[in-house]
Write a protein that binds this ligand. Structure first.
Ligand code: UD1
Ligand code: CA
Length: 463
């Protein structure tokens, strides 16, 4: 459900810069923040405004960015071949903006941007009938940002970039966030007048402010209460910093929904994860990707759960690793268990320590409690699989299936050489090597080597 609708608004996202300071072969805006790229976070925040369109200005690594983004987002894009400044970048989006009344300009490197913050700017822009509106913030550490110069009456005069500012101007603590909302009719006229007579010899978007004032247009800066939203990522430290803030937001959001998180600074919960009420997430646990956790689950400490679906009342104990698995209600996993892709556990299943399950269905109330490998297997209900059991599924070339029917008891240290079928109610004696169908009910075991007793044997003594 969308709270906003802005059919006369076009959004322009600036993302052509290289991001040199990341020291990465990957374009800056594709770096990950809790399961989504920096740029995706920005796109999600502007998409929720329901604008008429979103135009990306791309440059460095444009084909890589395009192919990542077009999978999940409907945007148009233009290529800015040479990065001659933010004003020059916006000029490339002129055609995309031709049908719009207002243009919202945001940077592609500010993943903490929230829709409500942008909606606040739009509301103020319309309320004050401004030609140009932008968000500013008061920072105790304004270094690096453009400073907002106001006159005696408090009216905005211009924005002075760090590298063009004198010592007095550098003391100004109100900075531009780089987030602008401008009437389409005036934006491109003003941009055509912007020159590059500045320290960086760039065409600055903020220079439309004094040009507009010269023509008696109205310009307003609106001060953001919480400056987190504007924080940009230019280097790895800032990437870590925004990730920490995003993580706090995510965790606080789940706390409000009835989730407890222990030692929250050690926990990672991705933005796409869903958690039910009364869940407890313990120290060091990572819940990643599109994982869905039901009500009243206990996870961790130190569990990793990736792209997995857990029903209600599941316990995942310490140091367990789950990937693309499904765990049925009231099941228990771990400690030290591994569920690999397509592990499908029904209700009330127990997977214990040092057990690996891959591409297998484990039926209701079945137990595999210790040191086993279950792969390419379909197991029925109420089975008990003893310690050290292995489904030998791979012959070096192909994978083969093991089928275990309901109520089977597999003795410890059994090898099931697939393909093989164990019929309902069968019991397999410990240490067996099973190569043929095990008949229903009854006991099946492979012939064991004879047991001998050496009567006069003495234990070696330490010399
Ligand atoms: C910019 C603003 C500054 C503001 C700050 C807020 C200008 C000149 N400065 O500075 O007032 O305080 O943001 O974070 O606008 N980009 C292009 N093409 C270009 C140049 C930049 O697409 O030719 C993109 C970059 O990829 C980036 C964004 O525009 O996403 C901002 O550019 P950046 O160089 O990071 O500007 P700042 O120095 O941060
Ligand atoms: Ca920046």
């Amino acid at each position: 459900m969308n709270r906003y609708s802005n059919p006369t608004l076009q959004v322009v996202v600036l993302a052509a810069g290289q991001g040199k300071r990341m020291r990465s072969v990957k374009p800056k805006v594709l770096h990950d923040v809790l399961g989504k790229s920096i740029l995706e976070h920005v796109l999600l925040s502007v998409e929720a405004l329901a604008p008429q369109g979103i135009c990306l200005v791309l440059g460095h690594g444009s084909s890589q960015v395009k192919s990542e983004i077009e999978k999940t987002h409907a945007c148009s894009w233009v290529i800015q071949k040479e990065q001659l400044g933010t004003g020059h970048a916006v000029q490339h989006a002129e055609q995309a903006c031709s049908q719009a009344e207002d243009v919202l300009i945001v940077c592609g490197d500010t993943p903490l941007l929230q829709t409500d913050t942008l909606a606040f700017l739009l509301e103020q822009h319309r309320k004050t009938a401004s030609d140009i509106s932008f968000l500013s913030a008061k920072l105790s550490e304004p270094t690096g940002y453009g400073r907002v110069q106001r006159n005696q009456q408090g009216a905005v005069q211009c924005i002075i970039e760090e590298r063009d500012a004198n010592d007095a101007e550098k003391l100004i603590q109100e900075v531009s966030t780089g987030i602008f909302c401008v009437k389409q009719k005036v934006l491109f006229k003003l941009l055509a007048q912007v020159d590059n007579q500045n320290n960086q010899e760039e065409y600055y978007l903020p220079d439309i402010v004094p040009l507009a004032l010269n023509e008696n247009m109205s310009v307003h800066a609106f001060i953001m209460q919480n400056s987190d939203d504007m924080q940009g990522v230019n280097n790895r430290s800032q990437l870590r910093h925004v990730t920490e803030i995003m993580q706090q937001r995510v965790i606080q959001g789940w706390e409000a929904e009835g989730v407890s998180v222990e030692q929250a600074t050690t926990v990672r919960i991705d933005v796409s994860v869903k958690l039910g009420a009364d869940c407890t997430v313990r120290a060091g646990t990572q819940i990643l990707g599109n994982s869905h956790i039901g009500d009243n689950c206990e996870l961790g400490p130190y569990a990793v759960i990736k792209n997995s679906w857990l029903d209600d009342d599941v316990k995942v104990e310490a140091f367990s690793h789950l990937e693309t698995a499904h765990v049925g209600a009231s099941s228990q996993v771990g400690p030290y268990a591994r569920l690999r892709p397509q592990a499908e556990l029904d209700e009330g299943v127990k997977i214990g320590n040092f057990v690996e399950v891959k591409k297998s269905v484990i039926g209701k109330n079945s137990k595999v409690n210790h040191l086993s490998y279950i792969g390419d297997t379909t197991m029925g209900e109420s089975c008990n699989v003893g310690a050290g059991t292995i489904t030998c599924n791979y012959d070096g070339a192909n994978k083969h299936q093991t089928v275990i029917d309901d109520r089977v008891f597999v003795g410890s240290d059994t090898k099931l050489i697939a393909p093989v079928h164990v019929e309902e109610g069968a019991t397999i004696g410990a240490g067996s090597v099973i190569t043929k169908t095990v008949r229903r009910n009854g006991l099946t075991l492979s012939v064991r080597p004879e047991q001998r007793h050496v009567k006069d044997w003495k234990r070696p003594q330490k010399s």
